[in-house]
Design a protein around this ligand. Structure first.
Ligand code: F6P
Length: 318
């Protein structure tokens, strides 16, 4: 059998590890794997290379993706879809392993399914916002990256009392990373796009933090509507200078954590076994009740995931 690997959308730590595991399994069973450079635009442009364990193994511990990705929605055009079909036939592709976020996993598998090309998708995004899975590849690494910065900030915070720190995580329009990281670093406030916050409580949390812990830590998600004004507001209201840190894209490109390597390995093995057995024409590897399992079909019809409101209230002192 021959598998084509395509990475589409934002990269995530663990994609390299998953590609390496899949390719190793395939090689040991005599199957071959090829990969697209540059996502679907790359497939259309015939940027397709053979993949082997020797090629991919050195990248297991690296963030990003060996096969670079693309956010260009080229396949919206009917002629591009036809060209993709022709490319799959020209390269004698039997099935596809797809890495991507919600949009990719929703729209691409049905297209391939209609042409009789089985696909398995691996939900890959640091944002952990894909309905139908409890965990996406990359989320754990992104949280660990935040801890490394926050631990440094808190060491200096404890050395010089009475300071206020804000830390912005990635997450797009969602707050899963910020909320998780706020919990894991015992922050005094977590500000995320999904829920409004109360300024009075925020100031109380900040002043209580300084009183009790000698510093105040506010973790916020990049999508917060008051992202730019909030630190100034806190500064004005407390009379204490606020030190602001943006984690930025270093958070997305960080090396995969232990948990993401394990998740990558489990999802890649399941994807390989499923494709090898011809067990599905469209499947997504998901985490349900803490276990990696195969979801048949696309991840449609699931409620959008929402950050835990109880945890949000608890962290913010509501
Ligand atoms: O892939 C998800 C994500 O990293 C979000 O957390 C972030 O907002 C966005 O992608 C950044 O996208 P871009 O790479 O286009 O700046």
């Amino acid at each position: 059998l021959k598998t084509l690997i395509v990475v589409s959308g934002g990269d995530a730590p663990g994609i390299n590890a998953a590609m390496a595991v899949f390719t190793r399994r395939a090689a040991s069973s005599g199957d071959s794997v090829i990969g697209a450079i540059g996502g679907f635009p790359g497939v259309l442009d015939n940027q397709i290379i053979p993949l082997s364990p020797t090629l991919l193994d050195p990248f297991v511990g690296q963030g990003g993706t060996y096969l670079d990705s693309s956010r260009d929605p080229v396949l919206k055009a009917a002629d591009a879809q036809e060209k993709l079909r022709a490319q799959l036939a020209a390269h004698r592709v039997d099935n596809v392993l797809l890495f991507g976020g919600d949009g990719t996993l929703r729209h691409i598998p049905p297209l391939l399914h209609a042409w009789g090309v089985p696909t398995v998708g691996i939900p890959s995004t640091i944002d952990n916002d894909i309905p139908g899975t409890e965990m996406t590849l990359g989320f754990d690494s992104a949280c660990n990256f935040a801890y490394r910065t926050i631990d440094g900030l808190l060491a200096t915070a404890r050395a010089l009392r009475g300071r206020i720190f804000t830390v912005e995580t990635l997450g797009g329009s969602t707050g899963f990373i910020a909320l998780a990281v706020a919990q894991g670093s015992a922050a005094h406030a977590a500000l995320i796009p999904e829920y409004p916050y109360d300024e009075t409580y925020l100031l109380k949390q900040v002043m209580d933090g300084i009183q009790r812990d000698t510093y105040a830590l506010i973790v916020l998600s990049e999508g917060l509507s008051t992202r730019d004004s909030m630190p100034k507001f806190v500064e004005r209201s407390t009379g204490i200078r606020v030190r602001d840190t943006r984690l930025g894209h270093g958070q997305r490109g960080t090396p995969p954590s232990h948990q993401d390597r394990v998740l990558a390995s489990q999802m890649a093995q399941l994807a390989y076994e499923t494709l090898r057995a011809g067990a599905t024409s469209m499947g997504i590897t998901v985490v349900r009740s803490g276990k990696v399992t195969l979801h048949e079909g696309v991840l449609a019809g699931f409620e959008p995931r929402t950050p835990d409101k109880g945890l949000y209230d608890q962290i913010n002192g509501y």
